[in-house]
Design a protein around this ligand. Structure first.
Ligand SMILES: [Zn+2]
Ligand SMILES: [Zn+2]
Length: 311
């Protein structure tokens, strides 16, 4: 099987990968499209030093075999985190926090940058008939943006800032502007910021302060800026994950009673519904062949992906 394998140091294109064999509870999926996430690029920089295997966690595919025959032939997306099923987190609906979880393309489980992948069947979501595969490929990153209104109250009448002008920030702005709140988007690249005009006020810097600040810059300096522009008793939502550490003066957050909320993967169902109804419309990925993965990883487009077996 063809795929992109991370050997612990670098990514390699291989044609000799074994066909993945599903366990008794897993389905096997033929991958049609896969999306490259910033996390994949961070893995290449050392974000997951213990991981070896096929990369990738954003995909659209068709179920080829499954312990539940109703899934066979269905067009699907799927969640990343496969828990142990027995710990306190798995038993209380928080499988993504299972300490023994396997995460596709990141931790103990092969991902979707290959022709086939296996996944726990309960993590599959069927793609609605009216939604194109290329839009559906954006379900996982959109779900991550939808985690924010699950975690913090979005007051439509208050001021909200998003730090970052990349894909993640774009997805978050796509979701938060639906609440009617006044959005300020703080970025570094005028050409990228121009894409945010439809959602709010894109700026290169600001003197204003905000009740809610979403840090989605993908870099350690974003948290520092968030601390400066968040109001006292305000909330910072941390979306960025990166290799490396950041130094902050925690007393400042204590004295000013600032809440810091970590935020990761989110709900797939609402993401699929927003995409199906056209309430969120996202720029589609530029597609590459697996063997051209280096060009794909360095692509400057909004999003790059792989057309592995295009539908
Ligand atoms: Zn991702
Ligand atoms: Zn568990």
């Amino acid at each position: 099987m063809k795929g992109i394998y991370f050997d612990g140091t670098r990514a390699v294109y291989r044609e000799d990968l074994p066909m993945p064999e599903p366990s008794a509870t897993e389905s096997r999926i033929r991958i049609h499209y896969a999306g490259i996430c910033n996390t994949d690029k961070e893995i290449l920089k050392g974000y997951r030093p213990d991981f070896q295997g096929i990369m990738g966690h954003e995909f659209v595919g068709v179920v080829e075999s499954s312990p539940d025959p109703a899934w066979i032939g269905k067009r699907v997306v799927g969640e990343l985190n496969a828990g142990c099923g027995t710990c306190i987190y798995c038993r209380t609906g928080r499988e993504k926090h299972c300490p023994d979880r396997r995460v596709i393309g990141m931790d103990g489980k092969d991902g979707c940058f290959g022709e086939y992948m296996t996944l726990e069947t309960h993590l599959l979501h069927q793609i609605p008939a009216g939604l194109s595969s290329r839009q559906a490929l954006l379900t996982e990153p959109l779900a991550a943006a939808l985690e924010i209104p699950k975690q913090v109250h979005i007051d439509p009448d208050s001021s909200i800032a998003i730090i970052g002008d990349g894909r993640l920030a774009y997805l978050i702005a796509s979701v938060l502007h639906l609440f009617g709140a006044e959005l300020t988007i703080i970025g570094k690249h005028p050409e990228k910021l121009a894409r945010f005009e439809a959602f709010g006020r894109p700026v290169l810097s600001t003197e204003d302060t905000f009740e809610l600040v979403v840090e989605a810059s993908g870099s350690p300096s974003g948290l520092e800026l968030a601390g400066k522009i968040v109001r006292r008793q305000g909330t910072i939502v941390l979306k960025s994950t990166y290799a490396g550490k950041t130094l902050v003066d925690m007393s400042y957050y204590a004295v000013n009673e600032i809440t810091i909320k970590g935020s990761r993967c989110g709900p797939f169902g609402p993401a699929l519904r927003l995409l199906e109804k056209g309430l969120v419309q996202l720029p589609e990925a530029d597609f590459y062949e697996l063997k051209d993965f280096e060009a794909a990883f360095h692509s400057g487009s909004f999003k790059a992906g792989f057309a592995i077996s295009p539908l």
